[in-house]
Design a binder for this molecule. Structure first.
Ligand SMILES: [Ca+2]
Ligand SMILES: [Ca+2]
Length: 499
């Protein structure tokens, strides 16, 4: 009798176990090895159970709504063509399969990939690279002799770090080639150099209109590290609340070359660097033997020990060229605005700029910028920065694509010609976008966070695309949220609800 009951109970539990397994993995498609063709929503999620490669000569197209979930430390290597083309209302997710350490993966790695690769409306997260050099390089995306377009993506929660500080590029690492990263939200990455983005070698990447925030670098460049021999362009980016905890420093951006190599220029224009910090040098920008064009940036409220705004090390060779830039409200025990290392043998050219504490150079001045708000740092009248810049090689549009403008009633104190460029990343216009407290609908392109959410976290307030408060997401669409209803412009995020 006892034996019979035990057998019955064993059978009962066996049935439960089978049912449980089926529920845990509904309709999963397992993939590994060479992959190509089309991955569609109907077979999603795709579980990656081994190394996966898009071979040379092959193409993999991933359709909107697909989830690619990794079950181990596998590389997703692209030698051929990868087109992961999500949409604003239905993104593509690359992530670990479950929230365990063993499911962190090795990232999307473009290695001599063919032309035409692109990631659009993708979320790429929970990559962990901690091996030896060079394997450790890159978080979400790594590019080696490859030039993909990465657009409207969230690149977050990635890790690239080892004991020798060889890691970098939590969002993207590029060497050689010319990738484009635009309209992305790059946040909460932890690396050695370049918390958000990193370039080295002969790389002419373009990084534009991204929000790069809350990243950490242990060695250099909390937001970006634009390194030796590379000549990228960074324009129109918000770079805020990034940190460098050791090494050289550079809370916001590190720009470095090496004097033995000869001049290689980087272009850094129309960026906002706000509230970044470095434990040692360069709260906003750290520059080292680098001839960079640093035009029309707004560098405010960054902190460091040396050089709250900008730190310079170059022994007088290859001077950074700063124009039309605001350096204000930064703090450091030595050189709150600008610090020249090596007993002042280092030098920097600064002209047509508003530098707190003053700085020698044509057109420079020291005047409270009189910002209209503390999120977008737009200029409010009667800011001294209006019509006070130069048009000499500086960008003819501001961070939000507005043409430079001659504001009536303001004297032209700049060095260039009509329409008289402003100093800083913003051009003050009469009829432009909403100034001040309602930026949500005015610059939506700057917010590209894509989340899969069915319920709002506690304390979050949701707005629709017109700025009207809504009680809940009724379906797919674009929404904005704040995490603090008392200061609704401080933590604005754009949400795209999918499915
Ligand atoms: Ca102007
Ligand atoms: Ca403007």
């Amino acid at each position: 009798m006892m034996d019979a009951m035990s057998a019955a109970m064993r059978a009962f539990f066996f049935v439960l176990l089978v049912a449980g397994s089926a529920l845990a993995m509904p309709d999963t498609t397992q993939v590994s090895g060479n992959v190509s063709g089309v991955w569609g929503d109907s077979l999603s999620p795709y579980a990656v159970v081994g190394e996966a490669t898009v071979p040379a000569g092959e193409t993999l197209i991933i359709e909107p709504g697909v989830e690619v979930r990794f079950r181990g430390p596998y590389h997703f290597t692209v030698n051929g063509v990868l087109k992961a083309l999500g949409t604003e209302s239905d993104s593509i997710i690359f992530t670990r399969d479950s929230a365990i350490e063993g499911h962190k993966w090795k990232g999307i790695r473009f290695d001599s990939a063919a032309a035409g690769c692109s990631l659009v409306f993708c979320r790429v997260e929970y990559v962990k690279n901690d091996g030896a050099y060079p394997e450790v390089r890159g978080g979400a995306v790594y590019c080696h002799y490859s030039s993909p377009v990465v657009s409207h993506c969230a690149l977050c929660h990635n890790y690239s770090h080892n004991a020798n500080a060889n890691g970098g590029g939590g969002g993207l690492f590029a060497e050689y080639g010319s990738p484009v990263v635009e309209y992305c939200h790059i946040f909460d990455n932890y690396v050695d150099s370049g918390g958000g983005l990193c370039t080295l070698e002969e790389c002419s990447a373009v990084f534009r209109n991204n929000v790069i925030e809350d990243n950490t670098a242990t060695y250099s460049g909390g937001g970006m590290y634009l390194g030796v021999r590379s000549g990228p362009t960074a324009t129109g980016n918000i770079i805020r609340r990034n940190h460098c905890t050791g090494g050289w420093g550079g809370g916001g951006i590190t720009l470095w070359n090496w004097y033995a190599i000869g001049p290689v220029s980087k272009t850094v224009t129309n960026n906002l660097l706000y509230a970044n910090s470095a434990s040692d040098a360069g709260g906003g920008i750290y520059t080292r033997y680098d001839l960079s064009f640093i035009y029309n940036n707004t560098i405010v409220e960054n902190t460091a020990s040396r050089g709250g705004g900008i730190y310079v090390l170059n022994e007088g060779q290859y001077l950074p060229d700063v124009r039309n830039t605001i350096v204000y409200g930064n703090t450091a025990s030595s050189g709150p605005s600008v610090y020249l290392d090596n007993g002042n043998s280092s030098q920097i050219d600064v002209t047509w700029s508003d530098v707190e504490g003053g700085w020698t150079g044509t057109g420079n001045f020291d005047s409270i910028p009189n910002f209209a708000d503390t999120v977008w740092f737009r200029l409010g009248p009667p800011s001294r920065c209006i019509d006070a810049g130069t048009s000499d090689n500086t960008p003819s549009q501001d961070f939000e694509g507005q043409d430079r403008f001659d504001l009536p009633g303001v004297p032209n104190r700049g060095g260039g010609q009509y329409p008289y460029y402003d100093v800083g990343w913003d051009e003050k216009t009469e009829t432009g976008v909403v100034e001040g407290p309602e930026p949500r609908a005015s610059s939506p392109r700057l917010h590209a966070t894509i989340v899969r959410a069915t319920a709002l976290p506690h304390g979050v307030v949701l707005y629709d695309a017109t700025g009207k408060r809504v009680r809940g997401a009724s379906g797919p669409g674009v929404y904005f949220l704040t995490e603090n209803s008392e200061r609704p412009t401080v933590h604005v995020r754009r949400l795209t609800f999918v499915k």
